[in-house]
Write a protein that binds this ligand. Structure first.
Ligand code: PEP
Length: 259
């Protein structure tokens, strides 16, 4: 990992978690309070129903809270939707946008993801923009092309950041769709190659500032593979689904990056 970049270890709870499951977040926050992971930042993105409570639990500062999606508008007549400023009001410091499950389940396009990222920035929340190829695309040697197209369409233009520090206001998550929730993980060389290509793209788009943007890897990261993945060049943290639901597993992943 680039030692100048503070890694971000982010848990995506997806549509999982009831009030009783906050005990996992309490346990995580307590462990990190007693033995802080100074070298990385830890984020939990629970379902929105648990966001405000998660924020309260995380007030110690050892963990921050975030959201999994937002609407493109901050407020208005959009029944059932939630605006980025409302998520910020509930304590979200990050919002995941363009997760492959949202792209697949809700037909989210790159243009929509871009608008959601802009909405997050408008609420002073950092978007985590997800990109990644399907298995068929990887087999067809199209992974790079697909990811580059997603970056071109989903990442807001430089002007949108309005002189803000890009590295603090943008996170990219490379998540091969075929690795999410499947137990399958790309070869480390393939992760390295893709993350290097994303870094090149960021530098081309944002100049030197692109060097500091965190690029997370996501897709079946577990305690057993986290150390190797997180030691790969240009991997500046992880976006973790299943293994973030259990405090013990998540903590082991955090320690892989931070100890
Ligand atoms: C995810 O949902 O972003 C993810 C990476 O899931 P999992 O870790 O379960 O593969």
């Amino acid at each position: 990992m680039n030692s100048e970049i503070k890694p971000l270890i982010a848990g995506n709870w997806k549509m999982n978690g009831l009030t009783e499951d906050l005990s996992q977040i309490r346990s995580l926050a307590l462990s990190l309070r007693n033995d802080p992971a100074h070298r990385c930042e830890v984020l939990i993105c629970p379902p929105v129903t648990l966001l405000a409570q998660t924020t309260q639990i995380c007030l110690s500062g050892a963990v921050v809270s975030g959201a999994q999606n937002c609407h493109i508008a901050q407020k208005g007549a959009h029944t059932g939707d939630i605006g980025a400023s409302m998520l910020a009001d509930a304590g979200a410091q990050y919002i995941i946008v363009g997760h492959s499950e949202r792209r697949a389940d809700h037909g989210e396009t790159d243009g929509l993801v871009n608008a959601k990222a802009r909405a997050a920035l408008g609420a002073h929340v950092t978007p985590i923009i997800c990109v990644g190829e399907t298995h068929a695309e990887r087999l067809g040697a199209l992974a790079m092309t697909v990811v580059e197209k997603q970056l071109n369409g989903s990442v807001p233009a430089l002007e949108i950041f309005d002189k803000r520090v890009i590295a603090k206001n943008l996170v990219i998550a490379y998540e091969p769709v075929w690795a999410i929730g499947t137990g399958l993980v790309p070869e480390l060389d393939d992760i390295k190659t893709m993350h290097a290509a994303i870094r090149d793209w960021l530098v081309e788009r944002f100049g030197e500032e692109g060097e500091g943007v965190r690029i997370l890897y996501g897709g079946s990261m577990k305690p057993s593979n986290a150390t190797d993945i997180l030691a790969t060049a240009n991997v500046n943290g992880g976006l973790i689904g299943g293994a973030s639901l259990n405090a013990e597993d998540f903590l082991q992943i955090i320690r892989s990056a931070c100890d």
